[in-house]
Design a protein around this ligand. Sequence first.
Ligand code: GDP
Ligand code: IMO
Ligand code: MG
Length: 429
Amino acid sequence: MPAVVLIGAQWGDEGKGKATDLLGSRVDYVVKFNGGNNAGHTVVVGDQKYALHLLPSGILSPGVTPVIANGVVVDIEVLFHELEALSSRGVDVSRLLVSANAHVITQYHRTLDKVTERVLGKRMIGTTGRGIGPAYADKINRVGIRIQDIFDENILRQKVEGALDQKNHLLVKIYNRRAIGVDEVVADLLSYAERLRPMVADTGLVLSRALDDGKTVLFEGGQATMLDVDHGTYPFVTSSNATSGGAATGSGVAPTRFERVIAVVKAYTTRVGSGPFPTELNDEFGEYLRSKGFEFGTTTGRPRRTGWYDAPVARYSARINGVTDFVLTKLDVLTGLDRIQVCVAYDVDGVRVDEVPVSQTDFHHAVPIYESFPGWTEDITGARTFDELPVNAQAYARAIEAMSGSRISAIGVGPDREAIVVLHDLLEG
Ligand code: GDP
Ligand code: IMO
Ligand code: MG
């Protein structure tokens, strides 16, 4: 099974890191194709807990070559920080490859991210403040800095000058901030050049050749479908394509090579930051999910918003991504609830709507129509086969599978690497 994409089906934090880790020992390359250090993936291995941001989670698996592809925005300082932190814990990071075409997040992107959020006030997106949006905006505006530019001081200086020209006007005249000097940005970026050089590659070529040689390549999406800049709840989204299509454009591997799309979906829903969330719970059930599921951001530590499972969102994800397999995570968090609700459709201004509405206003107005399922009280964290799950947990998983547009191939029953029930092999089908 050569090229496999793994993405988030909801609003992020579904447990993509753990799912990647699960496959890690069987893949040759793990590729991050979108986003940057806005991502936060927690992976628990034995008594060790790792939090990964810019690096793909596959870096934890010995023998895997981790790749930061062209679709990623790279904060180089963060990159070295993360590499050092992992190295000091005994993780081999020597194989990492970074695309020459990936864009760079600089100081001015981070500054702009924070000031624009502040100015938006009540309309703020609730970004992670890592400079993601401004870096992608520069890419699209054709004033971005790419990794390869760091190896040519003249070009780098010209590009930084070009980028800062407009931004300093904005920072000084509109936002009342100090201007950012070209020299300081250039010097900062140049200071990483020699350490970065051995990692930089034509990653599209490397990956295509690996596939030609029969290697297995896993493309690990950051963020998730509903945060995708085209298909998510715009403008309350991130600035990249987090859906499976982004794996092709974000890596330079042709769409015809992808054979499998794994979507990670939580047994309930969470969201960090602003934007519509029809099944959100602002009551004791929401608090239950947050405390039992430990729903606090890996990157920012913010409490995550919590709510019931939204089947139209899962179905939408199945369609947009071409999902072949779902990995259902955190089923154990629902243990102990008397009844579990699942949103099966929405009521939009008195009309039943079965799919995610295309109109943002309709999605804001969408009131969930729920179907209720009986809960279970047995601890399921030790279950390793579907039969070992309580009948009500089995029925819940089967019911949401029937509503969500693809089969469930694995079920997470705890944060540990081993806490998983596999129904179908994710790589072999
Ligand atoms: P990601 O961004 O999609 O990789 O997800 P995060 O790491 O941000 O959030 C998922 C959290 O849930 C992490 O703390 C994981 O350790 C944890 N987790 C993953 N799968 C399961 C599961 O099946 N059960 C429980 N209880 N926790 C899980
Ligand atoms: P992982 O990969 C959850 C959210 C932010 C904000 C919006 C835009 O761990 O699932 P940005 O900084 O990207 O411009 O913020 O997107 N967001 C995430 N939410 N999980 C993530 O990543 C996220 N990355 C960004 O909270 O609402
Ligand atoms: Mg996360």
